[in-house]
Design a protein around this ligand. Sequence first.
Ligand code: HEM
Length: 134
Amino acid sequence: MDGLEKTIVESLERVAETAGDPTPAVYERLFERHPEMQPLFILDRNGSARGHMLSEALDCVLDFCTGDKYASNFIESEQMNHDGLGVPPDIFSTFLAIVVEVFKELLGTDWTAEMDTAWKDVLKGLEVAPPSAG
Ligand code: HEM
């Protein structure tokens, strides 16, 4: 495992240990920022699609750390599929930025500078970072 993957994995493990399943916190923040997205999940009564979607996104993050074998292509094609659901492509970068923001908050003082840099690198590398994040 190289440094980037190690740090990302460590942050994911820490989040799971500290806060359990981060899914509710991530979507709560997403719907706070983008209330217009909430009705799109109306059929996801038990939250399984939300959980699955987050885990696919995190799998993309891990794949990116090990050479981006599918992540960039998958995200690009999901952006097209989601467009049909009413999800504008640029919300993907917001979603990933919210994931990082929520993880950082959940870890509090356990969030390290290495984790911060690693996540910034991944978001930037996946080319879904919002312009303001550089
Ligand atoms: C890296 C980013 C993303 C990935 C990899 C991804 C992937 C997925 C996957 C795999 C599903 C199917 C889940 C299932 O049915 O079990 C899904 C469903 C969905 N996604 Fe995403 N997604 C991403 C970002 C987003 C964003 C930013 C939004 C909007 C805020 C969004 C809205 C939805 C909606 C509305 C569904 C359908 C939920 C349902 O079936 O009720 N996705 N996504």
